[in-house]
Design a protein around this ligand. Structure first.
Ligand code: GDP
Length: 362
């Protein structure tokens, strides 16, 4: 950038996404040696709660290589009977609201209560650029070191849908490894929240005190997804402001239609940094879990989600097969040219191309 360029007009480069691999280990060639293990070894390791094997199995799930994909699918199938026994909690909020700090303090508290915590992430920026919004998860250093915790950064390659699908599959592996509380973290751009919402039992929105939702950059509709809103950074000197925000949020929530779970979304506040009032957040989560288990919404929602992912996967796979077909690739360019030169309407072009595909597959 030239020195005389006004600063306000410059665009900051996104934070470079850190490698999820240990650079020291790459240098020493440790990862190169990690060839696929036999299926039984993965299963044995996962069921014993071996974090290293679990990590390697998730790497297979995230891989786009065909042979790895195949073994990953077999691992997932084998994990299925052992999965489903966790509480899956989605956490979102704008960058800087304190997601990492919250997950770390809250996670450590829950470990003290005897829980095993897995933290997975969906970074919505992964399909756009090399920048990462969620950034480096080494921020949760204490939690990461704890042997009752497993932290995994967002899968990095692919579309948001692809990243979300891999995360949803990784949940099953974490459950089979005995993690009973699973946090799925994401950050405020509408679609990634919808993706997270479709794989969790409870959706928690972290907010800052004293600012309206539009000021906090939270898209409309996100608040409607929340089962629990937690105002973070409720440090001692801000309690009055926090209570005002709590009241405003409760008023705003009353304007929304009732949730299908029969639960009225709650608004709590805490200080993730000081660890204060985290017990009250947990109490709300427990109340919600009790309610949805009693009224069966827990199972209904999980079934709906399984159906959603079934169709999502079908859609994605059909699309992938279509666009990767060599004949389609060729015709696609031809039709695109014809559309651009107005020789044919976009609708007719699409219809003819789909017809070609059908002829190819019969
Ligand atoms: P994230 O981007 O949402 O993951 O936010 P971080 O957890 O990285 O937190 C952003 C900043 O807010 C860090 O400097 C934290 O130390 C700070 N922070 C997090 N929680 C609190 C809190 O409860 N009170 C105060 N005062 N600061 C906090």
């Amino acid at each position: 950038m030239r020195a005389n360029k006004p600063k306000g007009l410059s665009i900051n480069k996104g934070v470079e996404k850190p490698s999820s691999l240990n650079t020291d280990a790459i240098r020493k060639g440790i990862y190169k040696k990690a060839e696929n293990l036999p299926l039984a070894k993965y299963m044995d390791g996962i069921l014993k709660g071996d974090r290293m094997i679990l990590g390697r199995a998730i790497t297979l799930v995230e891989s786009s290589l065909a042979d790895q994909h195949e073994i990953a699918q077999r691992i997932i199938e084998k994990c299925l009977p052992y999965s489903g026994n966790s509480l899956r909690v989605g956490i979102t909020g704008i960058p800087g609201v304190g997601k990492s700090t919250f997950i770390e303090s809250f996670g450590l508290d829950l470990i003290n209560k005897g829980k095993k915590i897995a933290v997975l992430a969906i970074d919505p920026s992964s399909d756009r650029s090399k920048g990462s919004i969620l950034g480096d998860k080494t921020r949760m250093e204490k939690l990461a070191l704890h042997e009752q915790a497993f932290i995994r950064p967002s899968p990095s390659a692919g579309t948001l849908g692809g990243v979300a699908r891999k995360t949803r599959e990784s949940i099953l592996l974490c459950e089979a490894a005995g993690y009973d509380t699973i946090f799925i973290e994401t950050v405020g751009v509408g679609q990634s929240e919808t993706a997270v919402h479709s794989m969790v039992d409870l959706f928690l929105l972290l907010m800052l005190p004293g600012a309206g939702d539009e000021i906090q950059g939270i898209k409309r509709g996100i608040m409607e997804l929340a089962d629990l809103i937690v105002i973070n950074k409720a440090d001692d000197n801000r309690i009055e402001k926090v209570k005002l925000s709590q009241r405003d949020l409760l008023n705003a929530l009353h304007l929304f239609p009732p949730t299908p779970s029969g639960w009225t979304p709650a608004v709590e506040y805490c200080s993730a940094r000081n660890g204060s009032r985290l017990d009250l957040v947990w109490e709300q989560i427990r109340k919600y879990e009790d309610l949805i288990k009693k009224n069966n919404y827990f199972n209904i929602q999980r079934k709906d989600q399984a159906k959603y992912w079934f169709y999502e996967t079908l859609n994605a796979e059909l699309k992938r097969q279509f666009f990767e077909d060599n004949r389609i690739k060729k015709s696609l360019k031809k039709f695109e040219k014809q559309v651009l030169s107005s020789e044919i309407s976009p609708f007719e072009a699409a219809r003819q191309l789909l017809e070609t595909n059908q002829k190819n597959t019969v």
